[in-house]
Design a protein around this ligand. Structure first.
Ligand SMILES: Cc1cc2nc3c(=O)[nH]c(=O)nc-3n(C[C@H](O)[C@H](O)[C@H](O)COP(=O)(O)O)c2cc1C
Length: 452
């Protein structure tokens, strides 16, 4: 346990997905959740306003580019239960939400399998310009075989190959965003009729294993250049990758396993020449709050009724790459091996209390999605405890949307503000400036090595 240094503050992200049902499967059937309205812009604009009212750091959008199609041998359950399908593009929501807010950040997920890095780099720059530097990219390597089949890989490339691709993908992105245009390339000189100084722009001529990209980048330098980088890899390779590249890293598991993981990530970052202050560790929490503790637990009991264990099974089947269609709920977790989400089972095993070691218990606790239930004061106190034991912030997972976020912003945020743990108002500038005090990636980051 270490006390927070005075300038450290808790980061809060509203965690969601451009689909009906993200994590807490089954809740979409409730009347008090707007999940089925995801195809319209209005609920997203409402959510952005709520998040900014609560001074949250970002809206964080998850994404997949394939079906969870291995439960009971297919995707029928996923379709019936709207389990991450239908799912729309997260990136396209951002300019609209940015236009209704001034400070809120927007983190979105994009897999290194899904778009060519040249095309993707231009999308990143465009978003960074339009939002005045408020975007973050959650770098993922995908885990659903259908994603690989959708993108011409004939199944999912191996775990090792996905991370090798990720390494090269980032190298290309850095070269385009950081190395192709000099900071002073755009002169916008009407008298001389020169908008861009041609000798301040250069090709990247990248030739690699997976990509050949000549360049130059087509967008001019945006406020952050490279957006803030999020990552959630848990495997050996995933953690090394995160420690090398990521600025915000998700840490899953109990406080003990979380602390071990945090230490591990910090050690790996040190080996890469980065320091603790370059990396924020973000945990996950699904707050269920009430005016009193009993009010909150009544709410939880009501929510429990709406959960769908079947959709939960389909979700976890996809995560593990194992069809849980005829699983014996008493089967111990240790009997599962998978290479797709290698860290997933291990983390759950590490974090589960002794009575949640069977698959049945795992599914229940997974569906509950890290529920933290209590009065507004209790939830604030527990978040403070986790923050002081090393986490830098939290992804807030919704049970109902926007209700969960409204309850949190109205009830818990003011208490956290009184405690001096979260911001009362936004600092000016880009998302990276708000989180790390500077617009650009620091000089000890691999992106800095390829700067113009
Ligand atoms: C909080 C959190 C959010 C994640 N969001 C996504 C996502 O939106 N899309 C995705 O494909 N993977 C997502 N993942 C999965 C990770 O990117 C990664 O594939 C997984 O943690 C396994 O990592 P590993 O391959 O290094 O074991 C998420 C993981 C966590 C913990």
């Amino acid at each position: 346990m270490s006390d927070a240094p005075p300038n450290r503050r808790m980061i809060l992200n509203a965690f969601t997905m451009n689909c009906v049902s993200h994590i807490q499967q089954g809740m979409w059937t409730r009347k008090d959740s707007r999940q089925t309205e995801f195809n319209s812009l209005e609920p997203w604009l409402e959510l952005a306003r709520i998040a900014e009212e609560g001074c949250l750091d970002t809206i964080f959008l998850a994404d997949v580019i394939g079906l969870y199609d291995n439960y009971q041998g297919g995707a029928d359950t996923s379709f019936r239960q709207a389990m991450q399908v239908p799912v729309n593009d997260p990136m396209l929501l951002i300019p609209a939400m940015a236009s209704t807010t001034r400070h809120l950040g927007f983190a979105f997920t994009s897999s290194v399998l899904q778009a060519h890095p040249f095309t993707f780099a231009r999308q990143l720059s465009t978003l960074d310009h339009l939002t005045e530097g408020r975007v973050a990219w959650n770098v993922v390597t995908s885990y659903l075989p259908n994603a690989g089949n959708n993108l011409g890989f004939e199944g999912l490339p191996s775990h090792e190959e996905r991370y090798s691709r990720a390494e090269e993908y980032l190298e290309v992105i850095y070269k385009l965003l950081e190395g192709s245009w000099a900071d002073d390339a755009v002169v916008d000189d009407r008298e001389r009729r020169v908008y861009v100084e041609p000798d301040r722009v250069r090709e990247i001529n990248h030739r690699g294993t997976y990509f050949d990209v000549a360049g130059p980048h087509l967008s001019s330098p945006s406020p952050q250049r490279t957006p803030v980088l999020f990552q959630a890899g848990m495997s050996e390779r995933g953690r090394t990758f995160a420690a090398q590249h990521a600025e915000c890293i998700f840490v899953v598991g109990s406080s003990r396993s979380g602390a071990t993981l945090a230490q591990d990530l910090h050690e790996r970052a040190l080996l890469q020449g980065r320091s603790n202050k370059d990396i924020k560790l973000i945990g996950g929490v699904a707050p269920i709050v009430g005016g009193t503790e009993s009010e909150a637990f009544n709410k939880q009991a009501e929510y429990e009724e709406s959960l769908s264990v079947e959709a939960g099974l389909a979700h976890i089947s996809g995560n593990l790459g194992v069809d849980l269609g005829d699983i014996d709920p008493d089967q111990p977790l240790e009997s599962f091996q998978t290479e797709r989400v290698q860290g997933f089972i291990k983390n759950l095993l590490d974090s589960a209390p002794s009575d949640t070691r069977t698959m049945g218990d795992l599914i229940k606790s997974n569906l509950a999605g890290a529920w933290l239930t209590g009065s507004v004061e209790q939830v604030a106190d527990e978040l403070e405890r986790r923050f002081r034991s090393g986490l830098d912030g939290f992804n807030l997972t919704y049970t109902v949307t926007p209700g969960t976020f409204v309850d949190f912003v109205d009830g818990v945020v003011p208490i956290l503000q009184k405690k001096g743990l979260v911001q009362r108002e936004y600092a000016p500038g880009t998302l990276r400036k708000k989180l790390f005090g500077q617009d650009r990636l620091p000089s000890n980051h691999p992106a800095a090595a390829v700067r113009f």
